[in-house]
Write a new protein. Structure first.
Length: 307
């Protein structure tokens, strides 16, 4: 579909992407996108030089981490539509129209799904399995299937970005964006995109270290988005731990060995676990009530006049 490309900002967070950033910027320039912002994390190679020579506006982020870069960029972008992608050459500018089109049809955010049309060799078996497991965990924890929550190719309206309260500093930022989108009830479309092998530098994401951080983020952010899952898991774990200690105390009692302190601990664990679970149920009911109130308030607002 046809749309005004001057209303779009191409956002590219970078860190030592010298071998690829120039070609990425030039591809978008060739397609008619003039507002290209590279937010750089203090690269030590020629990333900044190559990006400027290719025609991008380059800013150096004040903090560290991809999350900080994206948060800082969102604060300075003035265009009404934002297309965000990594500068490592794995995403294609030819998918830009597919990504941006739904925004002009009323969607708030578009996520590029890498997992459908990924080029052979772009994912290791471990990374592909990890991505599917993280997406499944997100679906269970936040009651929404977004197919590829870690995708770095996303399109937003300026209003959708303003609705998000982003705080994550590192690679957990995509997860937080997904959670905030669901929490705010944004209209999200997922589209299949091409995903290629990295032609430049090696990935900076550690499958184990960053994977644990992402799992922690999915669970931690469920506190405000799905308290039944957050407190329910905590309550179930505590209750099961109480039952396990109870079985040990009972087996020892049959041997005429008493463990009074452990017996007290068993009772406390079971009672506290049940109370935490019940607190999750109450929190979930309050969240549903809160969302209903917000929806009613939005319905009471007068419609905007046509432009």
């Amino acid at each position: 579909m046809k749309f005004n490309k001057d209303e779009v900002c191409i956002l590219i967070p970078t860190l030592n992407e010298g071998p690829t950033i120039s070609s990425v910027v030039r591809e978008f320039k060739a397609l008619g996108y003039n507002h290209i912002l590279v937010i750089d994390g203090k690269s030590t190679d020629n990333t900044i030089k190559n990006a400027r020579e290719a025609g991008a506006n380059v800013r150096t982020q004040s903090g560290k981490g991809k999350g900080n870069a994206i948060i800082e960029a969102f604060e300075v972008i003035e265009q009404q539509y934002i297309l965000m992608l990594d500068g490592d050459g794995t995403y294609s500018a030819r998918d830009a129209e597919k990504m941006l089109g739904p925004l002009f049809l009323g969607f708030d955010q578009v996520i590029g799904d890498r997992l459908i049309n990924a080029e052979e060799g772009s994912f290791s078996r471990l990374n592909l399995f990890g991505n599917h497991m993280l997406n499944l965990l997100f679906k269970v924890a936040h009651s929404r299937d977004l197919h590829d929550i870690l995708s770095g190719y996303r399109a937003f309206t300026k209003l959708a970005v303003q609705q998000m309260h982003l705080k994550e500093k590192g690679f957990e930022i995509e997860t937080e964006i997904s959670v905030e989108s669901v929490r705010n009830g944004q209209r999200i479309m997922v589209v299949p995109i091409r995903y290629s092998q990295r032609p430049g530098t090696a990935t900076k994401l550690s499958p184990f270290h960053d994977g644990i951080k992402i799992v922690s983020t999915i669970y931690r952010l469920a506190r405000v988005n799905n308290p039944m899952f957050y407190f329910g898991m905590m309550g179930i774990f505590t209750t099961i731990l109480g039952f396990l200690t109870g079985v040990y105390v009972l087996l020892e009692w049959f041997k005429h060995i008493e463990h009074i302190p452990l017996t007290i601990l068993t009772v406390l664990l079971i009672v506290v676990g049940i109370e935490i679970f019940m607190f999750g149920m109450i929190s979930d009911m309050l969240l549903v009530f809160h969302r209903e109130i917000i929806r009613e308030i939005q319905l009471l607002q007068p419609p905007k006049p046509p432009k």
